[in-house]
Design a protein around this ligand. Structure first.
Ligand SMILES: [Fe+2]
Length: 167
């Protein structure tokens, strides 16, 4: 988890109470760490996948990696809009991420898809939990940003699961 004790905040005229801003900054920095990890892991899949479906998976993973990188940008800029410091380096992400590490030995297409499904599903769940908490904190703008991300995460999960779903 993100270290709340290291949280740096700046004064701002934004009309959101400080306690609410601080909790949201922690939530957003946690999502930022996971998004950064998800971005690098999806790139890892893009580079290392093997098998007869190589090319289409290589392309799909590249598209999903771009999405994850964009989530990180949106989250980081919401942190700073709330007067927080974005914790956005790869070292910070490595320390704070809740996702499991990418197993190097996993290379065959369907296994890599399973691995991606697991991580994108975890990110879908944490995003939805963050939406709920933003709602409880009565902060609709952060809730809306997370909802925008959530729609794209769910679609990405669908793209991945369509490769492995059975009736
Ligand atoms: Fe590439």
């Amino acid at each position: 988890m993100t270290k709340t004790t290291q949280q740096l905040t700046f004064s701002t005229r934004i009309d959101i109470e400080e306690g609410v801003r601080k909790e949201l900054i922690d939530i957003l920095n946690q999502q930022l760490a996971d998004a950064t990890d998800l971005f690098t892991q999806t790139k890892q899949a893009h580079w290392n996948v093997k098998g007869m479906d190589f090319f289409q998976l290589h392309e799909l993973f590249d598209d999903l990696a771009k999405r994850a990188r964009n989530f990180a940008d949106l989250l980081a800029e919401r942190v700073t809009a709330l007067g927080g410091a974005a914790l956005g380096t790869v070292r910070m992400a490595a320390e704070a991420t809740t996702l499991p590490e990418y197993p190097l030995e996993t290379v065959q297409g369907h296994e890599v898809v399973d691995l991606m499904v697991e991580r994108w599903a975890a990110y879908a769940a944490s995003t939805r939990a963050a939406i709920r908490r933003s709602g409880e904190l009565d902060e609709p703008t952060t809730e809306d940003l997370l909802t925008e991300i959530s729609r794209e995460v769910d679609e990405s999960l669908y793209f991945l699961e369509a490769h492995v779903q059975r009736q």
